[in-house]
Design a protein around this ligand. Structure first.
Ligand SMILES: [Zn+2]
Ligand SMILES: [Zn+2]
Ligand SMILES: [Zn+2]
Ligand SMILES: [Zn+2]
Length: 363
């Protein structure tokens, strides 16, 4: 059972000068605009639209995870997410899109030598054929007549209208916080299993029960957001969770490295936040085969709820996001291929008798 805990890479967030997070440096990052790897065949705008609210999904993060073969010398995974609260359904990942892109060492966009990481960062390498949306950085298709800025959609063009100005227009239209998340670098660290800082079982259990009791009384919502510290005991509002061995294990693993936002282990197993049978078991049985090679998709990494603490958006929520990719990472006839994701949520209704989203509606 513990096999999946060996060799896991964890991701943490750090602030860094944004110039170092452009595609030139093959970044691991959260927020800002996507740093595109393949520059010719950017994802079509329809792919980036949430089917429910019909707004473009926002860029959440990207991971640079190359493989040791000819066609994956560069390899990037991208995650996009809808920011409309009403689109969220428990244990349903339709709000999330995961894309895979890859390039061989010799390619038309990047030099074969690794980029120099000294001095001042050099500018991003831009697509030749496409203009990028000033709001979200995706492929653009419409133009603002006033400032002449390019946008991916009428939604993003219209969003910038209040800040649109002809003088220095592009600058002022460049960053819309309702579209773009704050930008952070993801730094990786291997998990050190010897350093077990969890408390003795009985004490831990007692503290846990007490915290749950208090939360149930105050009828707090079950969320990882807006917490000043990473005290995981506070995350439970549902007394059922006390018996949930998944949640207990999840919490224990998080306590080892409370700030982790990514757990990466290709072909490993995700650390589920709650009972799989009650949430995502049927989805796990039906992970679709890779549409390009017909091969099996396997777990590659998961996004932890701790990331929500950094995003300043009460409308979005997840327990954990588990990403499954083509296990061969097969060669692609397109610039970006969609991969598969499972969103697992904690069922929090029982303790307070309401949807936990409903308390955050007025943000
Ligand atoms: Zn949506
Ligand atoms: Zn856009
Ligand atoms: Zn404009
Ligand atoms: Zn494949």
């Amino acid at each position: 059972m513990e096999a999946n805990e060996i060799g896991i890479e964890l991701g943490f967030l750090e602030k860094i000068d944004g110039g170092w997070l452009s595609n030139r440096y093959f970044p691991n990052k959260v927020g800002g605009k996507p740093a595109w790897l393949h520059l010719d065949d950017l994802p079509a705008q329809e792919k980036m639209i949430c089917k429910k609210c019909e707004k473009p999904k926002a860029f959440l993060l990207q991971l640079y995870v190359p493989f040791d073969d000819d066609y994956n010398f560069h390899r990037m995974l991208y995650v996009f997410i809808c920011r409309s609260e009403t689109c969220y359904v428990r244990n349903n990942a339709s709000v999330v899109t995961v894309l895979r892109s890859q390039l061989p060492l010799k390619n038309e966009f990047y030099a074969a030598e690794p980029p120099l990481e000294t001095g001042e960062p050099l500018p991003a390498i831009l697509p030749k054929e496409h203009k990028l949306c000033l709001a979200c950085g995706c492929k653009s298709s419409v133009k603002c007549d006033y400032c002449e800025g390019y946008y991916c959609s009428f939604v993003h063009r219209d969003l910038h209208k209040p800040v649109c100005s002809k003088i220095g227009g592009i600058e002022s239209c460049d960053r819309l916080s309702i579209v773009e998340f704050d930008e952070w670098e993801i730094v990786k660290d291997s998990m050190n299993d010897e350093e077990d800082i969890t408390e003795p079982h009985a004490v831990e259990e007692q503290k846990f029960s007490k915290a749950i009791e208090e939360l149930s009384k105050s009828c707090k919502t079950l969320t990882f957001q807006n917490l000043p510290d990473s005290d995981l005991e506070k995350y439970a509002a549902n007394s059922e969770l006390m018996d949930d061995k998944f949640f207990f294990k999840f919490r224990k693993e998080c306590n080892k490295e409370p700030e982790q936002i990514i757990r990466y282990k290709r072909n490993g197993l995700p650390l589920w936040i709650t009972d799989v049978q009650k949430t995502v078991a049927s989805q796990l049985k039906e992970i679709p085969l890779c549409e390009y090679c017909g091969g099996e998709r396997k777990f590659e990494f998961q996004i932890m709820p701790q990331l929500l603490n950094y995003l300043n958006d009460d409308g979005i929520d997840w327990g954990t996001l588990a990403i499954y990719t083509c296990s061969r990472s097969c060669p692609l006839p397109v610039g970006y291929a969609e991969e598969f994701v499972i969103k697992q949520d904690i069922i929090a209704d029982i303790a307070c008798g309401s949807n936990h989203h409903s308390s955050n509606v007025n943000k």
